[in-house]
Write a protein that binds this ligand. Structure first.
Ligand code: RP5
Length: 165
């Protein structure tokens, strides 16, 4: 039997996938298995409860949860599982994601959600944080993460160029 993925990427809606796919692409680049699921706190609360309660037994080690608007998914899931939860505020149309950010970031003491930036940057960094957590007990992954970071550094030119030319 093949091992279950270590990372779960969950999101409140299909419409969040455009953002959360950036997390998936980053995990792909690091050769980390993941499973992506739509789990809505308010539209599929039973699915959310079952997922969160069973996540550790399913073999997941880290959960990346993206949601927008009244984004209670990451906090609700964090309340139901001991696994680390990284929350990604999805950029909403009405408030540009500030509603999502505030909904996720201000958890009362006792139930943490590691909150990332709004949108694409947050999704990518959530994946990199998940990788860093998993790399603590996986030397091969630690090497891949070092290489990824070295590539990132190498991609930055020392001098700016005039792109209009
Ligand atoms: C939230 O409502 C989702 O996380 C999504 O960001 C937002 C809008 O959802 P849709 O109306 O596009 O399904 O639950």
């Amino acid at each position: 039997m093949s091992e279950r993925p270590a990372v779960a990427i969950i999101m409140g809606s299909q419409s969040d996938w455009e953002t959360m796919k950036n997390a998936a692409d980053t995990l792909d680049a690091l050769d980390i298995d993941y499973e992506a699921r739509i789990v809505s706190a308010h539209r599929t609360p039973d699915r959310m409860y079952d997922f969160a309660k069973g996540a550790r037994d399913e073999g997941f080690k880290v959960i990346i949860a993206g949601a927008g608007g009244a984004a209670h998914l990451p906090g609700m899931v964090a309340a139901l599982t001991p696994l680390p939860v990284f929350g990604v505020p999805v950029q909403s149309k009405t408030m540009s994601g500030m509603d999502s950010l505030y909904s996720i970031v201000q958890m009362p003491a006792g139930i943490p959600v590691g909150t990332l930036a709004i949108g694409r940057a947050g999704a990518i960094n959530a994946a990199l944080l998940a990788a860093a957590v998993l790399a603590l007990s996986d030397e091969d992954l630690a090497d891949r993460l070092d290489a990824y970071r070295a590539d990132h550094t190498a991609s930055v030119a020392e001098y700016p160029i005039d792109e209009a030319r």
